[in-house]
Design a protein around this ligand. Structure first.
Ligand code: UD1
Length: 425
Protein backbone atom coordinates (compact mmCIF):
# COMPACT_ATOMS: atom_id res chain seq x y z
CA UNK A 1 0.00 0.00 0.00
CA UNK A 2 1.28 3.48 -0.88
CA UNK A 3 1.99 5.99 1.90
CA UNK A 4 2.57 9.73 1.98
CA UNK A 5 5.65 10.90 3.83
CA UNK A 6 5.51 14.55 4.87
CA UNK A 7 8.20 16.73 6.41
CA UNK A 8 6.14 19.46 8.06
CA UNK A 9 6.69 23.06 9.02
CA UNK A 10 7.17 24.65 5.60
CA UNK A 11 4.79 27.58 4.81
CA UNK A 12 3.11 26.88 1.46
CA UNK A 13 3.72 29.42 -1.30
CA UNK A 14 3.10 29.73 -5.03
CA UNK A 15 0.27 29.25 -7.46
CA UNK A 16 -1.90 26.25 -8.27
CA UNK A 17 -4.62 25.49 -10.83
CA UNK A 18 -7.70 23.79 -9.38
CA UNK A 19 -8.84 20.65 -11.20
CA UNK A 20 -12.40 19.79 -12.20
CA UNK A 21 -14.98 18.69 -9.65
CA UNK A 22 -15.25 14.95 -8.96
CA UNK A 23 -18.76 15.37 -7.57
CA UNK A 24 -19.90 17.17 -10.72
CA UNK A 25 -18.10 14.83 -13.14
CA UNK A 26 -19.50 11.59 -11.67
CA UNK A 27 -23.24 12.25 -12.20
CA UNK A 28 -22.49 13.88 -15.56
CA UNK A 29 -20.61 10.76 -16.68
CA UNK A 30 -23.60 8.65 -15.62
CA UNK A 31 -25.94 11.04 -17.48
CA UNK A 32 -24.10 10.42 -20.78
CA UNK A 33 -26.12 7.17 -20.92
CA UNK A 34 -29.24 9.25 -21.57
CA UNK A 35 -28.00 9.87 -25.14
CA UNK A 36 -26.76 7.70 -27.99
CA UNK A 37 -23.52 8.97 -29.49
CA UNK A 38 -20.22 10.56 -28.57
CA UNK A 39 -19.91 13.08 -25.74
CA UNK A 40 -16.74 15.01 -24.90
CA UNK A 41 -16.16 16.26 -21.37
CA UNK A 42 -13.33 18.65 -20.49
CA UNK A 43 -11.82 19.44 -17.10
CA UNK A 44 -12.48 15.92 -15.80
CA UNK A 45 -10.08 15.18 -12.92
CA UNK A 46 -7.81 12.10 -13.04
CA UNK A 47 -9.00 10.24 -9.97
CA UNK A 48 -9.69 6.72 -8.81
CA UNK A 49 -13.46 7.34 -8.63
CA UNK A 50 -13.51 8.62 -12.22
CA UNK A 51 -11.56 5.52 -13.35
CA UNK A 52 -14.17 3.32 -11.67
CA UNK A 53 -17.04 5.20 -13.34
CA UNK A 54 -15.35 4.86 -16.76
CA UNK A 55 -14.84 1.16 -16.10
CA UNK A 56 -18.55 0.79 -15.29
CA UNK A 57 -19.54 2.64 -18.48
CA UNK A 58 -17.26 0.32 -20.49
CA UNK A 59 -18.75 -2.73 -18.76
CA UNK A 60 -22.20 -1.50 -19.84
CA UNK A 61 -21.11 -1.46 -23.51
CA UNK A 62 -19.98 2.19 -23.89
CA UNK A 63 -16.50 3.20 -25.02
CA UNK A 64 -15.23 5.59 -22.35
CA UNK A 65 -11.66 6.89 -22.50
CA UNK A 66 -9.77 9.55 -20.54
CA UNK A 67 -6.77 11.43 -21.90
CA UNK A 68 -5.49 14.04 -19.45
CA UNK A 69 -8.57 16.04 -18.47
CA UNK A 70 -10.56 15.11 -21.58
CA UNK A 71 -13.03 12.24 -21.41
CA UNK A 72 -14.80 10.86 -24.46
CA UNK A 73 -17.78 8.59 -23.95
CA UNK A 74 -19.43 6.87 -26.89
CA UNK A 75 -22.70 5.50 -25.57
CA UNK A 76 -23.99 4.07 -28.90
CA UNK A 77 -23.01 0.51 -27.97
CA UNK A 78 -24.52 0.54 -24.45
CA UNK A 79 -26.41 -2.74 -24.18
CA UNK A 80 -26.57 -3.64 -20.50
CA UNK A 81 -28.48 -2.27 -17.54
CA UNK A 82 -26.77 -4.55 -15.03
CA UNK A 83 -24.04 -2.75 -13.07
CA UNK A 84 -21.31 -5.28 -12.12
CA UNK A 85 -21.30 -5.99 -8.38
CA UNK A 86 -17.54 -5.64 -7.82
CA UNK A 87 -17.52 -2.16 -9.45
CA UNK A 88 -20.71 -1.06 -7.69
CA UNK A 89 -19.14 -1.90 -4.32
CA UNK A 90 -16.05 0.22 -5.07
CA UNK A 91 -17.88 3.52 -5.20
CA UNK A 92 -21.12 4.92 -3.81
CA UNK A 93 -21.52 7.18 -6.85
CA UNK A 94 -22.37 4.13 -8.95
CA UNK A 95 -25.88 4.76 -7.57
CA UNK A 96 -26.08 7.63 -10.13
CA UNK A 97 -26.43 5.03 -12.86
CA UNK A 98 -29.92 4.08 -11.67
CA UNK A 99 -31.76 7.09 -13.12
CA UNK A 100 -30.06 7.13 -16.54
CA UNK A 101 -30.19 3.32 -17.05
CA UNK A 102 -33.84 3.18 -16.02
CA UNK A 103 -34.63 6.02 -18.45
CA UNK A 104 -32.72 4.39 -21.31
CA UNK A 105 -33.51 0.68 -20.91
CA UNK A 106 -36.65 0.65 -18.78
CA UNK A 107 -34.84 -1.41 -16.16
CA UNK A 108 -31.73 -1.39 -14.01
CA UNK A 109 -30.12 -3.89 -11.68
CA UNK A 110 -27.77 -2.67 -8.97
CA UNK A 111 -26.27 -3.81 -5.68
CA UNK A 112 -25.95 -1.80 -2.46
CA UNK A 113 -23.21 0.73 -3.33
CA UNK A 114 -19.88 1.08 -1.50
CA UNK A 115 -17.86 4.26 -0.82
CA UNK A 116 -16.42 6.14 2.16
CA UNK A 117 -17.26 4.74 5.60
CA UNK A 118 -18.66 8.00 6.99
CA UNK A 119 -22.10 6.91 8.07
CA UNK A 120 -25.08 4.78 7.20
CA UNK A 121 -25.56 6.36 3.74
CA UNK A 122 -28.99 5.03 2.89
CA UNK A 123 -30.47 5.11 -0.62
CA UNK A 124 -34.15 5.30 0.38
CA UNK A 125 -34.62 8.79 -1.06
CA UNK A 126 -33.26 7.66 -4.45
CA UNK A 127 -35.64 4.71 -4.46
CA UNK A 128 -38.65 6.76 -3.29
CA UNK A 129 -38.02 9.29 -6.06
CA UNK A 130 -37.70 6.66 -8.79
CA UNK A 131 -40.74 4.80 -7.58
CA UNK A 132 -42.75 8.08 -7.59
CA UNK A 133 -41.77 8.37 -11.26
CA UNK A 134 -43.34 4.94 -11.84
CA UNK A 135 -40.50 2.47 -11.28
CA UNK A 136 -41.31 -0.85 -9.65
CA UNK A 137 -38.54 -1.79 -7.26
CA UNK A 138 -37.82 -5.33 -6.13
CA UNK A 139 -35.03 -6.85 -4.06
CA UNK A 140 -33.86 -10.31 -5.17
CA UNK A 141 -30.83 -12.14 -3.75
CA UNK A 142 -28.94 -9.01 -2.77
CA UNK A 143 -29.81 -7.38 -6.12
CA UNK A 144 -32.07 -4.38 -6.50
CA UNK A 145 -34.17 -4.37 -9.67
CA UNK A 146 -35.98 -1.23 -10.87
CA UNK A 147 -38.34 -1.51 -13.82
CA UNK A 148 -40.60 0.97 -15.65
CA UNK A 149 -41.86 0.82 -19.22
CA UNK A 150 -42.10 4.65 -19.35
CA UNK A 151 -41.34 6.98 -16.45
CA UNK A 152 -44.02 9.58 -15.73
CA UNK A 153 -43.36 13.08 -14.32
CA UNK A 154 -44.81 13.93 -10.88
CA UNK A 155 -44.22 16.09 -7.79
CA UNK A 156 -41.53 14.76 -5.44
CA UNK A 157 -40.77 16.22 -2.03
CA UNK A 158 -37.45 15.09 -0.54
CA UNK A 159 -37.48 14.61 3.25
CA UNK A 160 -33.83 15.70 3.21
CA UNK A 161 -32.10 17.67 0.42
CA UNK A 162 -29.94 14.72 -0.65
CA UNK A 163 -27.44 15.64 -3.36
CA UNK A 164 -27.41 12.20 -4.98
CA UNK A 165 -31.17 11.66 -4.83
CA UNK A 166 -31.81 15.10 -6.39
CA UNK A 167 -29.38 14.25 -9.21
CA UNK A 168 -30.77 10.75 -9.80
CA UNK A 169 -34.33 12.07 -10.04
CA UNK A 170 -33.26 14.89 -12.40
CA UNK A 171 -31.62 12.36 -14.74
CA UNK A 172 -34.52 9.91 -14.64
CA UNK A 173 -37.09 12.69 -15.19
CA UNK A 174 -35.24 14.39 -18.08
CA UNK A 175 -36.86 12.06 -20.65
CA UNK A 176 -39.96 11.09 -18.64
CA UNK A 177 -43.46 11.80 -19.87
CA UNK A 178 -44.70 15.12 -18.44
CA UNK A 179 -43.28 17.45 -15.81
CA UNK A 180 -41.50 16.60 -12.55
CA UNK A 181 -41.14 19.10 -9.73
CA UNK A 182 -38.63 18.32 -6.96
CA UNK A 183 -39.15 20.31 -3.76
CA UNK A 184 -36.65 20.52 -0.90
CA UNK A 185 -34.05 19.74 -3.58
CA UNK A 186 -30.35 19.98 -2.79
CA UNK A 187 -28.83 23.28 -3.96
CA UNK A 188 -25.16 22.32 -4.39
CA UNK A 189 -23.18 23.84 -7.32
CA UNK A 190 -22.74 20.30 -8.72
CA UNK A 191 -26.51 20.13 -9.18
CA UNK A 192 -26.42 23.36 -11.17
CA UNK A 193 -23.64 21.83 -13.28
CA UNK A 194 -25.76 18.73 -13.95
CA UNK A 195 -28.70 20.95 -14.97
CA UNK A 196 -26.45 22.90 -17.38
CA UNK A 197 -25.12 19.64 -18.87
CA UNK A 198 -28.56 18.06 -19.27
CA UNK A 199 -29.89 21.25 -20.87
CA UNK A 200 -26.92 21.19 -23.29
CA UNK A 201 -28.11 17.70 -24.26
CA UNK A 202 -31.55 19.18 -24.98
CA UNK A 203 -33.31 18.69 -21.63
CA UNK A 204 -35.66 21.34 -20.23
CA UNK A 205 -34.77 21.91 -16.57
CA UNK A 206 -34.94 25.05 -14.45
CA UNK A 207 -34.42 25.85 -10.79
CA UNK A 208 -31.13 24.08 -9.90
CA UNK A 209 -29.45 26.14 -7.18
CA UNK A 210 -32.83 26.75 -5.52
CA UNK A 211 -34.86 24.26 -3.51
CA UNK A 212 -37.38 23.70 -6.34
CA UNK A 213 -36.30 22.09 -9.60
CA UNK A 214 -38.72 21.71 -12.51
CA UNK A 215 -37.97 19.14 -15.20
CA UNK A 216 -40.13 19.14 -18.30
CA UNK A 217 -39.60 15.72 -19.90
CA UNK A 218 -38.39 15.70 -23.52
CA UNK A 219 -38.41 12.81 -26.01
CA UNK A 220 -34.77 12.69 -26.93
CA UNK A 221 -31.41 14.00 -25.80
CA UNK A 222 -28.47 14.46 -28.17
CA UNK A 223 -24.71 14.41 -27.46
CA UNK A 224 -22.71 17.58 -26.74
CA UNK A 225 -19.34 18.85 -25.51
CA UNK A 226 -19.14 20.16 -21.97
CA UNK A 227 -16.67 21.56 -19.41
CA UNK A 228 -16.93 20.51 -15.75
CA UNK A 229 -16.83 23.18 -12.99
CA UNK A 230 -13.79 23.52 -10.68
CA UNK A 231 -13.63 21.35 -7.57
CA UNK A 232 -14.67 23.53 -4.61
CA UNK A 233 -13.58 20.91 -2.07
CA UNK A 234 -10.08 20.60 -3.53
CA UNK A 235 -9.86 24.41 -3.64
CA UNK A 236 -11.02 24.58 -0.02
CA UNK A 237 -8.52 21.91 1.04
CA UNK A 238 -5.62 23.88 -0.48
CA UNK A 239 -6.84 27.15 1.06
CA UNK A 240 -7.00 25.58 4.51
CA UNK A 241 -3.54 24.03 4.04
CA UNK A 242 -2.11 27.46 3.16
CA UNK A 243 -3.67 28.94 6.31
CA UNK A 244 -2.53 26.05 8.54
CA UNK A 245 1.09 26.35 7.33
CA UNK A 246 0.92 30.16 7.57
CA UNK A 247 1.74 30.52 3.91
CA UNK A 248 0.69 32.67 0.97
CA UNK A 249 -0.76 31.03 -2.12
CA UNK A 250 -2.79 31.77 -5.23
CA UNK A 251 -5.47 29.48 -6.65
CA UNK A 252 -6.43 29.82 -10.31
CA UNK A 253 -9.46 28.33 -12.15
CA UNK A 254 -11.44 28.33 -8.89
CA UNK A 255 -14.97 29.57 -8.29
CA UNK A 256 -15.00 31.80 -5.16
CA UNK A 257 -18.82 31.97 -5.13
CA UNK A 258 -18.92 28.21 -4.40
CA UNK A 259 -16.60 28.78 -1.42
CA UNK A 260 -18.48 31.59 0.31
CA UNK A 261 -19.07 29.76 3.61
CA UNK A 262 -15.43 28.63 3.87
CA UNK A 263 -14.12 32.10 3.03
CA UNK A 264 -16.32 33.53 5.78
CA UNK A 265 -14.91 31.04 8.34
CA UNK A 266 -11.30 31.61 7.23
CA UNK A 267 -11.69 35.38 7.52
CA UNK A 268 -13.11 34.97 11.03
CA UNK A 269 -10.04 32.88 11.84
CA UNK A 270 -7.86 35.83 10.80
CA UNK A 271 -6.81 34.50 7.37
CA UNK A 272 -6.54 37.07 4.58
CA UNK A 273 -8.43 36.18 1.41
CA UNK A 274 -8.35 38.11 -1.86
CA UNK A 275 -10.70 37.43 -4.77
CA UNK A 276 -10.42 38.49 -8.39
CA UNK A 277 -12.63 36.61 -10.90
CA UNK A 278 -11.52 32.95 -10.74
CA UNK A 279 -8.37 33.71 -8.73
CA UNK A 280 -8.27 33.40 -4.94
CA UNK A 281 -5.29 34.44 -2.83
CA UNK A 282 -4.85 33.14 0.70
CA UNK A 283 -2.37 34.57 3.16
CA UNK A 284 -1.75 33.91 6.81
CA UNK A 285 1.18 34.78 9.02
CA UNK A 286 0.14 34.41 12.65
CA UNK A 287 -1.69 31.84 14.73
CA UNK A 288 -5.34 31.44 13.65
CA UNK A 289 -8.20 32.48 15.95
CA UNK A 290 -10.93 30.09 17.08
CA UNK A 291 -14.32 30.72 15.44
CA UNK A 292 -16.71 29.83 18.20
CA UNK A 293 -19.03 27.45 16.34
CA UNK A 294 -19.27 25.78 12.91
CA UNK A 295 -22.22 23.66 11.84
CA UNK A 296 -22.03 21.57 8.68
CA UNK A 297 -25.23 21.39 6.63
CA UNK A 298 -26.32 21.30 3.00
CA UNK A 299 -25.16 24.06 0.61
CA UNK A 300 -24.86 27.03 0.95
CA UNK A 301 -23.92 26.26 4.59
CA UNK A 302 -20.51 24.96 5.63
CA UNK A 303 -19.81 21.74 3.67
CA UNK A 304 -19.38 18.45 5.48
CA UNK A 305 -16.66 17.67 2.92
CA UNK A 306 -14.44 20.41 4.45
CA UNK A 307 -15.23 19.63 8.09
CA UNK A 308 -12.17 17.46 8.77
CA UNK A 309 -9.79 19.84 6.97
CA UNK A 310 -10.96 22.99 8.81
CA UNK A 311 -10.68 21.06 12.07
CA UNK A 312 -6.91 20.91 11.54
CA UNK A 313 -6.67 24.69 11.25
CA UNK A 314 -8.86 25.19 14.32
CA UNK A 315 -6.86 22.68 16.32
CA UNK A 316 -3.97 25.14 15.91
CA UNK A 317 -6.07 28.20 16.80
CA UNK A 318 -6.06 30.41 19.84
CA UNK A 319 -9.24 29.48 21.74
CA UNK A 320 -11.94 26.87 21.46
CA UNK A 321 -14.25 26.00 18.55
CA UNK A 322 -17.39 23.86 18.64
CA UNK A 323 -17.87 21.81 15.47
CA UNK A 324 -21.26 20.21 14.80
CA UNK A 325 -21.60 17.64 12.01
CA UNK A 326 -25.22 17.35 10.91
CA UNK A 327 -24.94 15.64 7.50
CA UNK A 328 -23.16 12.33 8.21
CA UNK A 329 -23.19 10.53 11.52
CA UNK A 330 -19.77 8.87 11.24
CA UNK A 331 -17.56 11.72 10.23
CA UNK A 332 -15.17 12.28 13.16
CA UNK A 333 -12.83 9.34 12.51
CA UNK A 334 -9.92 11.73 11.85
CA UNK A 335 -10.15 13.07 15.42
CA UNK A 336 -8.24 10.15 17.00
CA UNK A 337 -5.47 10.57 14.42
CA UNK A 338 -5.25 14.33 15.02
CA UNK A 339 -5.09 13.71 18.77
CA UNK A 340 -2.13 11.40 18.10
CA UNK A 341 -0.46 14.41 16.46
CA UNK A 342 -1.01 16.53 19.59
CA UNK A 343 -4.45 18.07 18.93
CA UNK A 344 -6.80 18.59 21.88
CA UNK A 345 -10.22 17.54 20.59
CA UNK A 346 -13.03 15.67 22.32
CA UNK A 347 -16.16 14.30 20.69
CA UNK A 348 -19.68 13.95 22.06
CA UNK A 349 -22.03 12.37 19.50
CA UNK A 350 -22.09 14.81 16.55
CA UNK A 351 -20.20 17.61 18.34
CA UNK A 352 -16.43 18.06 18.49
CA UNK A 353 -14.85 20.45 20.97
CA UNK A 354 -11.58 21.74 19.58
CA UNK A 355 -9.23 23.42 22.03
CA UNK A 356 -6.43 25.02 20.03
CA UNK A 357 -2.81 24.01 20.73
CA UNK A 358 0.30 25.95 19.61
CA UNK A 359 1.60 23.13 17.42
CA UNK A 360 1.03 19.62 16.10
CA UNK A 361 3.73 16.95 15.93
CA UNK A 362 4.45 14.46 13.16
CA UNK A 363 3.20 10.88 13.63
CA UNK A 364 2.18 7.81 11.64
CA UNK A 365 -1.54 8.12 10.99
CA UNK A 366 -4.19 6.40 8.90
CA UNK A 367 -6.62 7.91 6.38
CA UNK A 368 -10.02 6.45 7.24
CA UNK A 369 -11.91 8.16 4.42
CA UNK A 370 -11.29 10.60 1.59
CA UNK A 371 -11.64 13.96 3.35
CA UNK A 372 -10.22 12.65 6.65
CA UNK A 373 -7.14 11.67 4.63
CA UNK A 374 -6.87 15.18 3.17
CA UNK A 375 -7.09 16.60 6.70
CA UNK A 376 -4.19 14.41 7.83
CA UNK A 377 -2.10 15.67 4.91
CA UNK A 378 -2.79 19.27 5.99
CA UNK A 379 -1.91 18.33 9.58
CA UNK A 380 1.33 16.74 8.37
CA UNK A 381 2.27 19.84 6.36
CA UNK A 382 1.66 22.08 9.37
CA UNK A 383 3.18 19.80 12.01
CA UNK A 384 6.67 19.79 13.42
CA UNK A 385 8.60 16.72 12.23
CA UNK A 386 7.76 13.78 10.01
CA UNK A 387 4.25 12.46 9.33
CA UNK A 388 3.42 9.25 7.49
CA UNK A 389 -0.15 8.95 6.18
CA UNK A 390 -1.25 5.39 5.47
CA UNK A 391 -4.25 3.99 3.55
CA UNK A 392 -3.97 6.78 0.99
CA UNK A 393 -6.08 5.00 -1.63
CA UNK A 394 -8.93 6.91 0.06
CA UNK A 395 -7.23 10.22 -0.81
CA UNK A 396 -6.62 9.15 -4.43
CA UNK A 397 -10.39 8.83 -4.84
CA UNK A 398 -10.78 12.62 -4.76
CA UNK A 399 -7.41 14.38 -5.25
CA UNK A 400 -5.31 14.11 -8.40
CA UNK A 401 -1.88 13.12 -7.05
CA UNK A 402 -2.12 15.22 -3.89
CA UNK A 403 1.63 15.02 -3.30
CA UNK A 404 2.37 16.80 -6.62
CA UNK A 405 -0.20 19.47 -5.83
CA UNK A 406 1.45 20.32 -2.52
CA UNK A 407 5.02 19.87 -3.86
CA UNK A 408 4.20 22.61 -6.38
CA UNK A 409 3.38 24.85 -3.42
CA UNK A 410 6.68 24.04 -1.69
CA UNK A 411 5.31 21.32 0.60
CA UNK A 412 7.89 18.68 1.47
CA UNK A 413 6.12 15.41 0.82
CA UNK A 414 6.42 12.34 -1.36
CA UNK A 415 4.61 9.12 -2.08
CA UNK A 416 6.27 5.93 -0.92
CA UNK A 417 5.33 2.92 -3.02
CA UNK A 418 6.29 -0.51 -1.67
CA UNK A 419 9.15 -1.99 -3.72
CA UNK A 420 7.89 -4.54 -6.25
CA UNK A 421 8.94 -8.07 -5.33
CA UNK A 422 11.00 -9.63 -8.10
CA UNK A 423 10.02 -13.22 -8.80
CA UNK A 424 13.41 -14.82 -9.46
CA UNK A 425 12.21 -18.41 -9.19
C1 UD1 B 1 -22.71 13.92 -1.98
C2 UD1 B 1 -21.24 14.06 -2.26
C3 UD1 B 1 -20.44 13.92 -0.97
C4 UD1 B 1 -20.95 14.92 0.07
C5 UD1 B 1 -22.46 14.78 0.25
C6 UD1 B 1 -23.06 15.86 1.16
C7 UD1 B 1 -21.08 13.19 -4.50
C8 UD1 B 1 -20.52 12.14 -5.39
N1 UD1 B 1 -20.84 13.04 -3.19
O1 UD1 B 1 -22.90 12.60 -1.46
O2 UD1 B 1 -19.08 14.19 -1.27
O3 UD1 B 1 -20.34 14.64 1.30
O4 UD1 B 1 -23.12 14.91 -1.03
O5 UD1 B 1 -22.75 17.12 0.68
O6 UD1 B 1 -21.67 14.15 -4.94
N2 UD1 B 1 -29.49 10.11 2.81
C9 UD1 B 1 -30.55 9.31 3.16
N3 UD1 B 1 -31.20 8.62 2.18
C10 UD1 B 1 -30.85 8.74 0.85
C11 UD1 B 1 -29.76 9.57 0.51
C12 UD1 B 1 -29.09 10.25 1.51
O7 UD1 B 1 -30.90 9.19 4.34
O8 UD1 B 1 -31.47 8.09 0.01
C13 UD1 B 1 -28.73 10.82 3.88
C14 UD1 B 1 -27.28 10.30 3.96
O9 UD1 B 1 -27.18 9.13 4.74
C15 UD1 B 1 -26.58 11.49 4.57
C16 UD1 B 1 -27.35 12.68 3.99
O10 UD1 B 1 -28.60 12.18 3.53
O11 UD1 B 1 -26.72 11.47 5.96
C17 UD1 B 1 -26.62 13.39 2.86
O12 UD1 B 1 -26.45 12.52 1.80
P1 UD1 B 1 -26.43 13.00 0.29
O13 UD1 B 1 -26.71 14.47 0.21
O14 UD1 B 1 -27.30 12.09 -0.50
O15 UD1 B 1 -24.93 12.76 -0.10
P2 UD1 B 1 -24.36 11.98 -1.35
O16 UD1 B 1 -25.13 12.35 -2.57
O17 UD1 B 1 -24.17 10.56 -1.00
Amino acid sequence: MDKLVIEGGQPLSGSIRIHGAKNAALPILAATLLTEGKIQLRNVPRLLDIEVMLEILNALGCIAVQRDDLVTVDTSGADSSHVPEQLMKLMRSSIFLMGPLLARFGEVCIYQPGGCAIGERKIDLHLKGLSALGAVIEEQDNQLWCRASRLKGCDIHLDFPSVGATENIMMAAATAEGTTVITNAAREPEIQDLQRFLNELGASIIGAGTDTITIRGVNKLTPCEYEIIPDRIVAGTVMIAAAATRGTIRLTHANPVHLTSLIHVLRRAGVQIGICDDIITVSSSGRPKAVDRIVTSPYPSFPTDLQSQIMVLLSLAEGMTLMKETVFEGRFKHVDELVRMGADISVDLNAAFIRGVPRLYGATVEATDLRAGAALVIAGLAAQGKTVVEQIHHIDRGYDRIELMFQRLGGKMHRQTPAMKLDLA
